[in-house]
Ligand binder design. Structure first.
Ligand code: HEC
Ligand code: HEC
Ligand code: HEC
Ligand code: HEC
Ligand code: HEC
Ligand code: HEC
Ligand code: HEC
Length: 263
């Protein structure tokens, strides 16, 4: 159980919430102290939700969150639902209902940030998806209850991430005559999905973004100081800016007209 992965998880939770940690003889227990608060309510457990929200309760054991909660921690009194939704006794007592003594993190990501502090920091970077602004939410890219926490629904033959992205970014995901093969590896090859210090959420601001896959040709036949990529000497082009600067590979996602993705 004390694999590096477990320790990574432990540090995620440690960083995320004020919690009680007992470390003894190489084992550790964790107790969450700050799940969302609902005044006067106490924890009732997942089964208390079953009669009214059967689908959520049935789907939940396949979610990464359920694995975490049941395996390694007695989170929120041993339950899963209430670590995001808050203690449920009052909601159950009044027979449930919208806005009735229960937290919905689909409207406000605070409940997620309790544990995912690192993600909260990513959404505060200069470039970010407008989650903090209330224009988007975690659930547009993550299914909180089922196994598909990365929402791989949809009809594209791209990676899972693209399908969540395609719902909003049609221009970059429509079929094209000359597709850039990098797209097969998913949008997150080049973009940080939450936030970035670089424009357009790019993982790197410069040609290194591309050179990772398009290695420079070295050695015989290449004059010193010259940059050759593919069969083309790029030494004159690179000082102009990035690979996708105007006049260069501006159709970086794919093109209907030009197989070098120039326009
Ligand atoms: C990881 C956090 C998390 C956990 C754990 C969680 N939920 Fe949710 N739940 C959410 C989010 C986020 C939404 C908003 C979904 C949306 O707007 O599409 C939601 C919405 C709901 C809703 C209302 C909308 C709907 O989909 O019907 C119900 C009911 C619900 N959850 C029940 C449960 C139950 C029951 C459990 C435990 C089996 C549970 N949730 C566990 C995050 C969570
Ligand atoms: C007696 C039936 C009942 C029980 C038990 C129950 N709920 Fe609900 N709950 C409802 C109803 C009805 C709604 C309103 C759903 C709707 O109109 O779509 C609701 C709504 C919700 C919502 C959405 C609230 C909102 O404002 O968006 C969440 C989240 C939720 N329930 C979570 C839970 C959790 C977690 C449990 C277990 C601790 C639970 N419920 C137990 C009946 C119940
Ligand atoms: C009680 C703490 C807690 C809360 C609240 C919580 N998470 Fe998590 N989440 C975790 C832990 C711990 C993991 C790591 C689980 C693992 O590695 O199996 C995780 C993993 C994830 C993952 C990655 C899953 C994977 O397979 O790598 C996503 C995405 C995620 N959470 C999104 C959310 C969203 C969205 C919310 C709010 C709706 C939320 N979390 C609320 C603790 C939490
Ligand atoms: C625009 C889509 C999108 C939105 C919105 C989004 N995520 Fe993510 N998230 C992703 C993708 C894609 C990944 C996988 C990242 C990768 O493979 O590099 C991911 C990964 C994660 C992970 C696991 C890896 C990590 O960075 O720790 C967590 C946890 C997570 N998201 C939580 C959240 C929470 C919490 C929210 C809401 C505050 C949220 N996400 C909103 C797309 C999104
Ligand atoms: C729910 C809709 C939605 C989803 C899903 C979504 N985005 Fe976005 N995206 C937006 C919005 C809104 C903006 C902000 C646009 C603005 O500020 O003009 C944005 C901005 C961006 C930008 C920066 C554009 C710019 O001009 O700076 C990139 C890159 C991007 N998204 C990539 C992605 C990727 C990759 C995914 C999948 C992991 C994704 N998006 C999923 C709605 C979405
Ligand atoms: C090979 C790297 C790469 C991949 C893969 C990639 N992008 Fe991009 N994307 C870029 C670059 C570079 C830019 C900046 C282009 C510019 O500034 O003209 C960009 C810009 C964008 C923008 C902003 C467009 C605008 O007009 O401002 C969006 C939105 C976007 N990408 C979404 C996506 C989505 C969605 C995917 C996956 C389907 C994806 N990207 C995959 C490199 C990539
Ligand atoms: C994940 C790996 C990957 C990344 C990152 C990547 N590419 Fe590609 N790219 C490929 C593959 C694979 C091909 C198809 C094989 C080839 O032509 O080298 C390709 C093809 C191309 C082509 C067409 C080749 C031609 O005939 O002219 C251009 C142009 C291109 N990429 C530009 C870029 C630019 C610009 C970036 C950075 C924004 C980039 N690539 C990032 C993998 C990648």
């Amino acid at each position: 159980m004390n694999t590096p992965h477990d320790w990574r998880r432990a540090s995620l939770v440690l960083g995320g919430i004020g919690l009680l940690v007992l470390v003894s003889c190489g084992t550790f227990e964790r107790t969450v102290l700050t799940v969302p608060e609902i005044p006067g309510a106490h924890f009732v457990g997942n089964q208390a939700c079953y009669d009214c929200h059967t689908n959520c309760v049935r789907a939940f054991p396949s979610s990464p969150h359920a694995r975490f909660h049941s395996d390694t921690a007695k989170l929120a009194g041993g339950t899963g639902c209430e670590s995001c939704h808050g203690p449920g006794s009052k909601h159950v007592e009044v027979g449930g209902g919208l806005g009735k003594f229960i937290v919905n993190p689909g409207r406000d990501a605070t409940a997620c940030f309790n544990c995912h502090l690192d993600v909260q920091a990513q959404f505060r970077l200069p470039q970010h998806h407008p989650v903090a602004e209330g224009k988007m939410n975690c659930v547009q890219c993550h299914d909180p209850h089922g196994q598909d926490i990365f929402k791989p629904a949809g009809g594209l033959t791209l990676g899972w991430a693209d399908q969540a992205c395609a719902g909003c970014h049609r221009e970059q995901t429509k079929p094209v005559v000359f597709a850039h093969e990098a797209m097969r590896e998913g949008c997150t090859t080049c973009h940080d999905p939450h936030g970035s210090i670089n424009a357009k959420l790019l993982r790197q601001p410069d040609p290194n973004l591309c050179l990772r896959c398009h290695a420079q040709v070295q050695g015989a036949g290449v004059p010193p100081g010259q940059v050759v990529i593919g069969a083309v000497n790029h030494s004159l082009f690179l000082p102009r800016g990035t690979c996708w600067t105007s006049g260069c590979h501006t159709a970086v996602h794919g093109s209907d007209f030009n197989h070098h993705l120039l326009y």
